[in-house]
Ligand binder design. Structure first.
Ligand SMILES: [Zn+2]
Length: 635
């Protein structure tokens, strides 16, 4: 889809001839069924019977008490619908290719490059009897003639409008045009389009979203519906030199909404906004577009489309495409030397049309994060936090769809508090004193570990229940909090008992969750996110007096024991990960679904339950100490 706008970008730059956009009335709904059935019969005989079954007869559409016969058009929602439409249109496209310099179509959206006599011919073909017979009705009032140097004749092309019975003029202009949602033309034209078509609807959407008054749902909609797709499409089709207004405007709106979600009125801390710009995988929310991302996205789409661009364009355009690709990739490679694909990979990708955008963005984000982490002035706590939130699968909770039935829902205050904790935005006033006697720090680190109020125990139980549910779903024989395994004075030795797991015997699992931001451990956590989970694991093994084989003494003899160690920011111990892998394996067998999908569900559930526990700790401390979080804004 990016091909058409990209191509037209080049056309615009070289001031080629007149360009016209074509539009049909109710294109898909009017197409003749008899004609596409004929084409399918000759060109795709294998699916003819099926298509004939779907479209061969007249079907009934019911409206109130009326029955309307459905006789023309491909059905809405039919995955084959666009193909069937395109088959009929293709007969005409073949003719048009002979008639004009250039004709490029994306379904019913056509872009033609023509001179005056060619345009007259084209209109004749598309308005002719054959076209109307096949269900194509040219809508000249919605066509658009464009050229940077528009000749006089172009603004006087007339057509007959049967509705008012008068002759009218086909719209035309010289400031710019829109190809498949991408504005092409002067900077002013592009910026006005972005303001009208992107920013105004986005603002309206964000304002309406605030009415939900539920930060988790708002966040989910914000992240999945708030024009993210449109923006990433524009990054791929709009040259970076024209993208300043788009990026600044988009960024300021994203920032504003994030402030609303975390309930603050003042500026976000710089580091928090930096983090929010990173991708989910690295602990961010993917909100900011760095200039480099625009270059990378545009270069990636040029690489992907190069094969076709050079096939259909003149040598001048070919050279320009090659220059742009090399200019952007060289610049990006020098800025992000680690992992950026080498020239060979890129020339291969040009041939295979491989999508590289994800790979480029990861390179950029990883580099930006690494640079921030290696800054000697970054406080250890922030370093430890960034390391943990960017550890593997830690940030899964952020992409979970809010759903109470699958235990993936955060209440309004909980979600806002968590988002602050995650992004390093202060939560409490510095001078708060906790009931346990210690000081409650503004970032919430004390609240996450303070035993008064039962927060950590509740978090532990949530993680244990999540593990238990997952084992059950995977069809494993499992019990929780089972007594009868007493060893010495302890009444239980594992939170969860997996029966028939260790060569037909029980395996005991004990959940443990430590905070990497607990002050005595911060220095180590700043160096590695794994430190805390390894410590927690070793501590549990020692305290349960596990032997070299990882077995412990119970009243039922020596049984396999394993701590499920995680950090409060979502890092998992290697042993914990391998347990989840094993559960995913069983789950994929039982439900006959791909293991990667099961694993992804499992990680999301675990990550969510850890954060639900944290949310409880934070909100509990707020209500306990009577700190009202929305009004607590100064720091
Ligand atoms: Zn406390």
């Amino acid at each position: 889809m990016a091909l058409n706008p990209l191509f037209m970008q080049f056309v615009w730059r070289w001031n080629l001839q007149i360009q016209i956009l074509f539009c049909f009335k109710n294109a898909f709904n009017n197409i003749s069924r008899r004609h596409f059935l004929d084409i399918v019969k000759t060109d795709f005989p294998d699916i003819y019977n099926f298509i004939n079954f779907c479209y061969g007869g007249i079907s009934d559409l019911q409206w109130l008490d009326y029955i309307i016969n459905s006789e023309v058009g491909s059905q809405q929602g039919d995955p084959l619908g666009p193909l069937l439409f395109a088959l009929v249109l293709h007969c005409f496209v073949k003719v048009l290719q002979q008639l004009c310099h250039f004709s490029l179509w994306y379904l019913d959206d056509g872009n033609l490059i023509v001179n005056k006599s060619q345009l007259t011919e084209v209109i004749k073909v598309l308005q002719g009897n054959e076209a109307t017979e096949k269900g194509l009705f040219l809508n000249l009032s919605k066509c658009f003639i464009y050229s940077a140097n528009l000749p006089e004749w172009a603004s006087s092309i007339k057509y007959f409008d049967p509705e008012c019975g008068k002759e009218k003029i086909v719209p035309s202009g010289n400031s710019g045009t829109v190809v498949l949602g991408t504005p092409i033309g002067s900077q002013k034209f592009v910026d006005e389009f972005i303001q009208q078509e992107i920013f105004l609807p986005l603002e309206k959407l964000l304002e309406n979203m605030k009415l939900l008054k539920d930060s988790h749902t708002e966040f989910f909609l914000f992240r999945n519906c708030a024009t993210f797709c449109k923006i990433s499409y524009l990054l791929r089709t709009l040259p970076p030199s024209q993208g300043v207004f788009l990026m600044n405007g988009y960024e300021s709106r994203m920032k504003g909404f994030l402030k609303h979600l975390v309930k603050i009125h003042h500026e976000l801390p710089e580091l928090s906004w930096f983090q929010a710009g990173l991708q989910f995988r690295l602990g961010g929310v993917g909100l900011k577009i760095a200039r480099q991302h625009h270059e990378a996205a545009f270069a990636a789409s040029l690489i992907q489309c190069k094969f076709w661009l050079i096939k259909v364009c003149s040598d001048k355009v070919k050279l320009a495409v090659e220059n742009l690709i090399s200019q952007f990739t060289t610049s990006l490679r020098s800025q992000f030397p680690a992992n950026f694909p080498d020239s060979e990979t890129i020339s291969n990708a040009c041939i295979t049309q491989q999508p590289l955008q994800k790979c480029f963005s990861s390179c950029i984000d990883e580099h930006l994060l690494e640079t921030t982490l290696s800054n000697p002035e970054l406080p250890s706590r922030e370093k430890a936090r960034l390391r943990s939130v960017s550890s593997e699968n830690a940030a899964r909770w952020l992409s979970a769809a809010p759903n109470t039935r699958s235990f993936k829902y955060f209440e309004d205050n909980q979600f806002s508090a968590l988002l602050r904790y995650w992004l390093g935005i202060p939560i409490f006033n510095k001078d708060c004193r906790c009931k346990c006697g210690e000081t409650v720090d503004c970032f919430g680190d004390h609240a996450i570990t303070c035993k008064s109020g039962g927060g950590p125990i509740h978090r532990h139980d949530l993680i244990r229940d999540a593990l238990f549910d997952l084992c059950n779903t995977a069809g494993l024989s499992v019990s929780k909090e089972l007594s009868g395994y007493e060893a010495g004075k302890k009444d239980r030795v594992g939170d969860i008992v997996l029966h028939h797991f260790d060569h037909g015997r029980e395996k005991l699992i004990d959940v443990t969750c430590w905070s990497p931001l607990y002050s005595p451990r911060i220095q180590h956590s700043a160096d590695s996110a794994q430190y805390i989970v390894n410590e927690a694991h070793t501590f549990k093994m020692k305290s349960r007096k596990a032997n070299n084989e990882g077995k412990i003494q119970t009243s039922k003899g020596m049984l396999a024991f394993m701590p499920f160690a995680c950090s409060s920011l979502g890092t998992l111990s290697p042993e914990g990960k391998s347990l989840l892998q094993a559960i995913a394996f069983e789950m994929s067998l039982k439900h006959n679904s791909p293991k990667s999908l099961c694993l992804s569900k499992i990680y999301t559930r675990i990550s969510t339950s850890i954060q639900q526990g944290n949310g409880f700790c934070l909100v509990n401390k707020m209500t306990d100490l009577k700190i009202f979080y929305s009004s607590n804004l100064q720091y």
